[in-house]
Design a protein around this ligand. Structure first.
Ligand SMILES: O=C(O)CCC(=O)C(=O)O
Length: 317
């Protein structure tokens, strides 16, 4: 992260980094997404807006273990590479310090039918509250500061764009500089149902396919309603300092195939120690317990099936 980028991030609370993804990576991410969309369309009504992955606040599948939730990481390929992308890692290390962790991930699609409303959230001191989707209280989760030559952020989002986004289309927007605000966002600027009513203090940020918008959740931000043809398909990976958590669930690194040591470290659940041998030992045990739970559930299901077959057979004879 060079000096100009540090200046801009401190000034505005966000940064656009061009060409962080190669053409091959964009293609792989798109292909895997479109495969999932086809699958989903055949399984259920075409729900709008389309959101994949999980912000890890709800459990939709009752058979899923409590502390892991669905994730884009299950799609494999480049979705795994995004955990620790060489073009992004130096920014995260500067903004979050060493030992940062991936907290949650999701992907959303905007188009003319997705019906989004700009709902500004986050913003300096005192974010949170019943009207702010960053959380029901300001638990200090939206912090931003620069002190003694270091950045401190409570959550840093990396938004990877799979399509070009022009200023008049819609997409990511924020109130630049609001990560340092001492006053709450004026309520009547928070919600805009069309582009015509978006307040002039809001920056609409443009980006091309393969670019990443890196922003601090402490900046008031949201999605400007999409008023153009085509689609915006954006992947969000959100990172915390190692001792912080936003999600109520964590990643089980055993669920996503072969990972590098560094990727596994970034998936470590939160603690003051970060990816340290003591915490690693504790989570290894939790992962073994989760594997055992899956095995036992399978065994019980098989025994129940055998029993009901036997009962069915003896009732017939
Ligand atoms: O659509 C966007 O880029 C904004 C997403 C957003 O509001 C968020 O990730 O909290």
């Amino acid at each position: 992260m060079n000096d100009q980028e540090k200046y801009l991030f401190d000034l505005r609370g966000y940064l656009v980094v061009n060409n962080v993804l190669t053409a091959d990576q964009i293609e792989d991410l798109s292909d895997r997404l479109e495969g999932q969309r086809k699958n989903r369309d055949s399984q259920q009504e075409n729900k709008k807006p389309e959101i994949f992955g999980s912000d890890r606040t709800v459990i939709r599948d009752e058979s899923a273990p409590a502390w892991t939730a669905p994730s884009l990481l299950e799609w494999g390929g480049t979705y795994i590479d995004l955990i620790d992308l060489p073009t992004i890692a130096p920014y995260l290390e500067t903004l979050l310090g060493t030992g940062y962790r991936l907290d949650h991930d999701y992907l959303k699609i905007e188009n003319e039918t997705s019906g989004h409303t700009l709902y500004l959230h986050g913003g300096g001191q005192g974010a949170g509250g019943p009207r702010d989707i960053v959380g029901p209280t300001d638990g200090g989760q939206c912090f931003y500061r620069y002190n003694n030559g270091k950045f401190y952020n409570g959550l840093v989002a990396v938004a990877f764009e799979l399509n070009d986004v022009s200023p008049e289309s819609g997409g990511f927007a924020c109130v630049p500089g609001s990560h340092k605000m001492n006053f709450p966002l004026p309520e009547d600027w928070r919600i805009s149902k069309s582009q015509a009513t978006v307040h002039q203090c809001v920056d609409r940020v443009t980006a091309n396919a393969g670019d990443a918008i890196i922003f601090t959740e402490a900046c008031s931000h949201g999605t400007v309603p999409w008023e153009a043809g085509g689609e915006r398909r954006t992947i969000f990976y959100k990172y915390c300092p190692h001792a912080v958590t936003w999600g109520a669930c964590f990643y089980n690194a055993d669920n996503y195939g072969e990972l590098t040591e560094s990727q596994r470290a970034i998936l470590t659940p939160p603690s003051a120690f970060g990816p340290h041998e003591h915490t690693a030992g504790i989570w290894k045990r939790a992962q073994a317990e989760q594997a055992e739970l899956h095995r036992l559930r399978r065994e019980v299901a098989e025994l129940r099936a055998e029993q009901s077959d036997r009962l069915g057979t003896s009732a017939d004879s």
